[in-house]
Design a protein around this ligand. Structure first.
Ligand SMILES: *[C@@H]1O[C@H](CO)[C@@H](O)[C@H](O)[C@H]1NC(C)=O
Ligand SMILES: *[C@@H]1O[C@H](CO)[C@@H](O)[C@H](O)[C@H]1NC(C)=O
Ligand SMILES: *[C@@H]1O[C@H](CO)[C@@H](O)[C@H](O)[C@H]1NC(C)=O
Length: 378
């Protein structure tokens, strides 16, 4: 809608409107450390808590990823680590790290015709964000237009509920206690995806940029809603917009209406953090009921026997051992993988499957086989 946007953006919009969906679906290569597809770890795999995957997905209230620093420590302020943050997910997916249960205090997804967004509150220290860090903004552009983080990419299956799509335009704000992420999934003639996912309002925060009326009263709840589109961030439908206005606005143009909201009591990742092994196909909360459905497991990672688990960052002032993996190498000798590996090795054992038994290998192959057919390939 032309009426939605300010005169200053008219030229940009006119140029962009020529090709209706240009700039919506990503066309450039995926990040170098990302898996080719946003798949779940297979049953039998161990989640890699030192992964460098930078692939986010946002599919639902309990199936999303956010960025967090590679390593814990006071130097990991988001402002310092924007180019290198990595993906942390609520489910074992994307070859990425797993957000521990309890870290997400609230999560609210809104699906609109133009975007899907999530916002909420968390204990960001569980994903290496220093306590008290007021955070920063992540987006697909960055200083060299390679993305912030470099190689960061996003997918969602929100449009039809099953097809994973890589999208070009997104923005995310994270701090030690808050997060929000918007992925632009379409555009209308007046509002290109780049405008609806405008990424230069760093200091304004989630409530303003993502037009969330109840943001500060939404802690400790979990919802999935549909909604109408917000005005693009920082733009005001005429006649309220005034050119040359230098006063920081107190709120967005309007707070969009939501509908068909479903409330959930909590979310969980389904993985035992003691050994990080994926022992069952992930399930996700969907739809109008809070039923749990099985999701096909896919072939992202190598099926392996459990190995010793690195100390989880939150527990540690962990060693700042700069291992190439970016991981914390400090080991508790951790407990209990129940694994064949009796060694107290403090690092994951690498990509090679340790499985010695033909039986296990056979079942691995079977899982992978299922997968290939099961997921819509983008
Ligand atoms: C990955 O991100 C880069 C940088 O934003 C972007 O140019 C590219 O199109 C994205 N690729 C995919 C597959 O999402
Ligand atoms: C975990 O990810 C790191 C960084 O990509 C990699 O070096 C390491 O081999 C991975 N571990 C496993 C078990 O795949
Ligand atoms: C949200 O609630 C949790 C308790 O579940 C609390 O620990 C946290 O501090 C709250 N976050 C904010 C920003 O108030």
């Amino acid at each position: 809608m032309w009426s939605l946007v300010a005169p200053a953006t008219a030229a940009l919009i006119a140029a962009s409107a020529v090709n209706a969906q240009a700039g919506v679906v990503a066309t450039n290569p995926n990040g170098a450390t990302n898996p080719d597809k946003p798949e779940f770890y297979p049953v039998g795999a161990q989640v890699n808590q030192t992964s460098l995957s930078r692939l986010l997905s946002l599919n639902g209230v309990d199936d999303f990823c956010l960025f967090g620093p590679m390593e814990p420590g006071p130097d990991s302020l988001i402002g310092n680590t924007e180019p290198t943050v990595v993906s942390w997910c609520t489910k074992p997916r994307n070859n990425a790290r797993l957000i521990p249960d309890g870290a997400i205090h609230a999560a609210h997804v809104i699906k609109t015709p133009a975007y899907v967004q999530i916002y909420g509150f968390w204990d960001g220290t569980k994903v290496n964000i220093p306590a008290g860090d007021s955070g920063g903004e992540l987006d697909p552009h960055g200083a060299e237009n390679l993305g912030n983080p470099i190689g960061g990419n996003v997918t969602s299956n929100i449009v039809d509920g099953k097809t994973d799509v890589f999208y070009e335009e997104w923005m995310s704000f994270i701090s030690f206690d808050q997060f929000c992420l918007r992925i632009c999934t379409s555009e209308s003639p007046g509002v290109p995806a780049s405008l609806m996912c405008e990424h230069q309002l760093d200091i304004m925060g989630c409530r303003f940029v993502m037009a969330i009326e109840d943001f500060y009263s939404s802690n400790n709840t979990f919802t999935f809603c549909e909604g109408e589109n917000a005005a693009p961030p920082g733009l005001y439908p005429q006649p309220r917009f005034t050119v040359g206005n230098t006063v920081t606005p107190t709120g967005p143009a309007f707070f969009p209406k939501t509908s068909n909201c479903v409330t959930y009591s909590t979310i969980s990742n389904g993985v035992d953090f003691k050994n990080l092994m994926v022992t069952a196909a992930p399930t996700v909360l969907v739809g109008q009921s809070s039923s749990v459905v099985a999701v096909p497991t896919t072939s992202q990672a190598v099926v392996t026997t459990p190995t010793a688990v690195p100390t989880f960052p939150a527990s540690g002032a962990a060693s700042s051992d700069a291992s190439a993996s970016g991981g914390k190498a400090s080991g508790t000798g951790a407990a209990a993988s129940g694994a064949a590996s009796g060694s107290a090795s403090t690092k994951p054992s690498g990509a090679k499957p340790l499985v010695g038994s033909a039986g296990l290998i056979a079942s691995t192959v079977a899982v992978i086989g299922v997968v290939v057919g099961a997921i819509a390939v983008f």
